[in-house]
Design a protein around this ligand. Structure first.
Ligand SMILES: O=C(O)CCC(=O)C(=O)O
Length: 273
């Protein structure tokens, strides 16, 4: 990994780039405060709280603004070209002193997309270090196609199926992705990555913004919900959401519920539930 190379070359070589400076520390702290106020408002409503954590960009105008941030759009466009959708912007939260982990996996394994024209911009809203549960990336692993995964459904695993790569990961070469609040990393949908528990007294919060080329589609032709954040949508392969109608608006919650239903048969394909 050499930081003297440009972003595209480093990304092609390693399958990731970091750190990218996206928000000032003050803006990151305001975004976190907006999220945590919304979480407190929804404390008695677990279903809505789960939707907020899965769809912050559809339910809070502050997060809708973030997924359209010019620096992130510029970085994603260098990788994917000008026509961009956000397929998901879910939060990965590890509470203080929490055993939550993410096992070694490749993102695109279970998303049902027809191509690999995807990149994740993972934006830190807290201090991200080894002890708070930073991600680890294996350089160059993105050059492999999707390898075998096994589903573990392990309790402390934050992934939908607790899926785990079933081949040798090459973990000894992994790079720790340390970030300050407001910084982001960019990683390829085939990159081997994982993260450990949070042993600090603060929450570890990241927003994983999944940019895809607008020309992609779901293999089963389901129109999953996306935000159209740059360029054209000549293909109309997705259901395009407008910006949130307001803060925690009931119609926006309903739209998210419909997308959860549409995506669940894709994300849990082949699982006997
Ligand atoms: O937040 C984490 O620790 C893992 C996130 C992740 O796997 C991803 O963004 O693809």
């Amino acid at each position: 990994m050499s930081s003297t190379l440009n972003l595209e070359t480093r990304y092609q070589q390693d399958g990731f780039v970091f750190p990218l400076d996206i928000l000032s520390a003050e803006d990151a702290s305001q975004l976190r405060a907006d999220l945590e106020t919304a979480e407190a408002e929804l404390e008695q409503h677990p279903e809505r709280l789960a939707l907020l954590r899965g769809y912050p960009d559809r339910l809070l105008p502050s997060f809708d603004k973030v997924i359209r941030h010019p620096t992130m759009i510029d970085a994603a466009s260098r990788i994917l070209g000008p026509d961009l959708m956000v397929w998901s912007a879910a939060l990965f939260i590890k509470e203080p002193d929490s055993p939550s982990i993410v096992s070694w996996h490749q993102d695109l394994t279970y998303w049902g997309l027809n191509d690999a024209e995807e990149t994740t911009c993972w934006l830190a809203l807290s201090q991200v270090s080894q002890s708070s549960g930073a991600m680890k990336f294996v350089p160059g692993s993105h050059r492999q196609n999707i390898v075998d995964h096994v589903d573990t459904f392990a309790k402390d695993n934050l992934l939908t199926r607790g899926q785990e790569i079933a081949v040798d990961v090459g973990e000894e070469d992994a790079v720790l992705v340390k970030l300050k609040p407001g910084q982001a990393s960019l990683h390829h949908g085939h990159l081997f990555h994982a993260s450990g528990p949070n042993s600090t007294s603060d929450r570890r919060i990241g927003c994983a913004i999944r940019y895809i080329k607008a020309s992609m589609s779901q293999r089963d032709e389901t129109k999953t919900l996306v935000a159209h954040v740059s360029g054209e949508d000549l293909w109309q392969n997705f259901r395009v959401a407008g910006s949130p109608r307001g803060r925690l608006n009931e119609l926006d919650f309903e739209m998210c519920r419909q997308d959860v239903a549409a995506k669940s048969s894709i994300l849990y394909d082949g699982v006997d539930r």
